[in-house]
Ligand binder design. Structure first.
Ligand SMILES: [Zn+2]
Length: 328
């Protein structure tokens, strides 16, 4: 904690000098989200909003002829193209597709109004310190912190694995575009314009390809074949473990409504929790996953999801990252 004051002061000064938005950030200590819940979320993504930072009269950072607003747009369009190719069923919405001004407050609005499953904002870093280098991804500690942080972590893992740039890790930031998104949201900085090596890499074709692929893999939890094999092995192991645990129970097929993932076990005898019966809970990698099962079809499960959302809202509460998924 001691170093935070200086860290914040330095960042504030830098932002003041560059005239960028004020923010603070710090390393997070929220527990790592379990991959099973994260993969389930990724499988269910239907709408993604991609936000190319800055634009129009707002250049963002710049170095010689390279302007942040142009790079972010290039990367955003490349990410859209890759998602369209690999996941044609996923709807991709852009906050801008050309070099135009978009107000900060209007960017998360696009995600909120479209009920996106993910908002991803792309930026390029810059500081006075020319040795600062690498990639970093931010999230905000709001309602969707768990999923947002998980996706941010996955993106950073992928950067570390695929790109020539070092990973600066996952951080919390109070950016307006993240704070005002009512959906899982991350902001990724693909490298530093102020660093020679970063600049060369992020403006190269190969660099762009690797970075965009990393973002894609981070979102959808896909990696190269070798790793996919490993993942499948792990999945099988997990399945076997579960089989052993539940030998006596008949598995309930159909759909479930996942209510949320929590670091601390919620008291389900109170408040919003009392609106649903038979809440099931599993503990995985130190986190409590709460859900309701037994829905024969998706529509029925979605109806229950919406009912619970409404009920919670009436109590000025909400269900963290509630979603419907198929029980296999
Ligand atoms: Zn920026």
């Amino acid at each position: 904690m001691k170093s935070s004051f200086f860290f914040i002061t330095i960042l504030f000064s830098l932002n003041f000098i560059f005239g960028q938005e004020y923010y603070f950030n710090f390393e997070t200590d929220i527990k790592n989200i379990d991959t099973v819940a994260l993969n389930a979320y990724a499988d269910d993504i239907k709408i993604i909003v991609i936000d190319a930072g800055h634009g129009g009269t707002i250049n963002g950072a710049s170095k010689k002829k390279v302007k942040e607003k142009n790079l972010t747009l290039k990367y955003a369009l490349a990410l859209k193209k890759l998602i369209n190719e690999k996941k044609p069923k996923v709807k991709v919405i852009m906050t801008r597709s050309t070099d135009v001004n978009v107000e900060l407050e209007d960017r998360p609005k696009v995600a909120n109004e479209n009920k996106a499953d993910l908002f991803i904002s792309i930026h390029v870093n810059s500081t006075l310190n020319k040795t600062a280098t690498g990639t970093e991804t931010f999230y905000y500690t709001g309602t969707h912190a768990t999923i947002s942080k998980g996706i941010a972590q996955k993106i950073q893992e992928q950067y570390a694995k695929n790109t020539a740039l070092e990973s600066r890790g996952v951080k919390v930031a109070n950016y307006q575009v993240l704070r005002e998104a009512n959906v899982p949201a991350v902001l990724t900085e693909i490298g530093f314009l102020s660093n020679k090596k970063d600049l060369k890499y992020i403006t190269s074709e190969k660099g762009q390809e690797k970075i965009v692929l990393s973002i894609y893999n981070g979102i959808f939890g896909e990696t190269d074949e070798k790793k996919d094999d490993k993942k499948d092995e792990k999945k099988d192991e997990k399945k076997d473990e579960k089989k052993d645990e539940k030998k006596d129970e008949e598995p309930v097929k159909g759909y479930i409504v996942q209510l949320g993932v929590y670091a601390n076990k919620p008291d389900t005898t109170k408040g919003k929790w009392t609106y649903t019966k038979d809440i099931k809970m599993v503990k995985e990698t130190g986190l409590y996953i709460l859900y309701v099962e037994g829905f024969k079809d998706k529509a029925e499960a979605e109806k229950e999801r919406d009912r619970l959302k409404e009920k919670a809202a009436k109590l000025d509460d909400n269900f963290n990252d509630i979603f419907v998924k198929e029980k296999k």
